[in-house]
Design a protein around this ligand. Sequence first.
Ligand code: TYM
Length: 344
Amino acid sequence: MAFQERVFSGVQPTGSLHLGNYLGAITKFVALQDNYDCVYCVVDLHAITVWQDPAELPRATREVTAAFVACGIDPRKHIIFNQSQVAEHAELAWIFSCVARIGWLNRMTQFKEKAGKDRENASVGLYSYPTLMAADILVYRATHVPVGEDQKQHLELSRDIAQKFNNDFGGSIHSHGYGDAFFPLPEPLIQGPATRVMSLRDGTKKMSKSDPSDYSRINLTDDADTIAQKIRKAKTDPEPLPSEEAGLAQRPEADNLVGIFAALAGIGKTDVLRQFGGAQFSTFKAALVDLAVAKLGPIGEEMKRLVQDPVAIDAILGEGSARARALAAQTMSAVRDIVGFVRS
Ligand code: TYM
């Protein structure tokens, strides 16, 4: 069965947004607007799988919303909203937690990383998180999901859940007139030179909001001086840059910086190396500083301007939530029938 094409993705309002979020996800969100109906969500229900200070969460939610708008997502043409305003996410997540198998969740590497050694003390939500993620996507019957490389396994699980739901309820799906499959198998969109941006301090570790060193990442709200300092201090190796991509193989820090340059410039790594092959890092870093400041500076400024007006941001989220709710309600109404819940 052909499904109407729709894009869905989400970003957690935890810590500050960084270059990894921007290049791995948000730039893709922006690009997809031209060809798809897009739904972009600030996933506050996901955020609380680990402790969030209730006095801080609203600010973080508004900041991610501001980043979406500052990066170029148009909230009139597409939907920007926060997850907790659309209760259908949690409702479908419950049904999916009865479809997903414990064995599937046990394989999730992100849970193992996040829970660490003290697994018994992790929240149940952190463990079942991928079922909520599947619900986020499938409550809009979304077909395409732009994400960074680190979300690939969760996307595969979402596909498994959709497939099992379609199989388990196949007869009911058919008898209610929805054809052979009710949910699409959502396709991950993980492309380009920066699907996994690494820490500036250690090219083998992912750039992350939770790294204790602020020098490991470039935040979207960093000013020009801070961006320049962080790039100048970024770890490198003593060799000049290679002329071919193969020469980056055993050089994680060089590979990372070249990938960042390529993604910011909208070109491939090969093009970057054609320009900078044989150059010292000092030369390359100076060019990277100019490029990063030119691209990120205006976004940071616009974010800072937008967050000054929380009423306007809340209006975007309120309006987006109303539109999202209308779509989600249609799916849930069908799902209740398919599962066999009595409605009176
Ligand atoms: P989150 O909030 O951790 O990250 C948001 C997006 O940024 C990408 N990303 C990166 N990409 C490249 N390099 C990095 N170092 C890097 N760090 C983060 C992530 O892959 C993600 O695309 N579970 C998700 C949020 C979510 C979601 C969804 C996504 C909830 N429901 C449904 C898609 C569909 C998360 O924690 O992303």
